[in-house]
Design a protein. Structure first.
Length: 255
């Protein structure tokens, strides 16, 4: 939570079961607006499951059962009647590996606005330019808009996927290990991009890379065995954690 108490997303006693497996256990977490929140923890601790809860991606898994509350601007997205299309427009997801559509650069970025009813070519061109500028791709790709997206480098593909989200004007960007398929130089570029995007978007990332969490995030949440052990300003979590489990993980004693 920020110093003035602002919260963009809050989970309250959030539980998730995959069949008989209890994956998330009473998770209470606050995500501040226009900052980067990192979720860290060992493999299998529930990081990605928690992230997918924030735009109800887990609804696509037949065995998943969720209880508790997830408040987006104070409104429970788990409540009946929540419009999934609207929710996922407001809260978008970037996955571990770039997943551009097998279409041109232009058609990738304009895909979302078209789905939401924007068909005017001139307005679409403006949206595409704005989204590519937001991710630093415009100058590189402005003369390559008709090229196949799969011809781009992995870093460009990941930036393009972020552009595709930005084009529908979301409020929250969820990033599930967005640099795991990238080399160190490309990772640095995407990290710089995340910092720039955080001026306008709320960003939540899952990362196994604790150095990355320390570099880019304002808030860090540590999870272990489905529970949120501790959350707070990143500097505090890495320098003076309150919980011994957090300290043991940060210092490499386990995980």
């Amino acid at each position: 939570m920020t110093d003035n108490g602002q919260v963009k997303i809050r989970t309250e006693r959030l539980n998730l079961h995959y069949g008989a497996f209890h994956a998330l256990k009473d998770v209470d977490m606050a995500v501040p607006p226009r900052m980067i929140t990192s979720i860290i923890g060992p493999s299998g601790c529930g990081k990605s499951t928690l992230l997918r809860c924030l735009n109800r991606m887990n609804d696509l898994i037949g065995t998943a059962r969720v209880t508790g509350r997830i408040l987006l601007d104070g409104k429970d997205i788990l409540a009946g009647g929540t419009a999934m299309t609207s929710l996922r427009r407001r809260v978008g997801m970037v996955f571990q590996r770039p997943n551009p559509f097998p279409l041109s650069v232009f058609d990738n970025v304009s895909y979302g606005p078209r789905v939401h009813g924007e068909l005017d070519r001139r307005r679409l061109a403006g949206i595409v330019e704005s989204a590519l500028r937001a991710t630093g791709l415009w100058e590189t790709l402005k003369d390559r808009l008709n090229e196949h997206a799969l011809s781009l480098s992995p870093e460009q593909q990941q930036r393009l996927c972020i552009s595709r989200l930005v084009a529908v004007e979301p409020e929250v960007l969820l990033m599930d290990e967005p640099c795991s398929a990238l080399d160190p130089i490309a990772t640095g570029h995407v990290e710089d991009l995340m910092k720039n995007l955080a001026q306008n978007y709320t960003i939540v990332i899952v990362t196994h890379n604790m150095q990355q969490a320390a570099r880019v995030s304002d808030v860090t949440a540590f999870m272990y065995l489905g529970r949120l052990i501790e959350s707070g300003p990143t500097k505090d979590i890495f320098v003076k954690p309150k919980e011994k489990q957090t300290e043991d993980y940060i210092t490499g004693r386990f995980g």
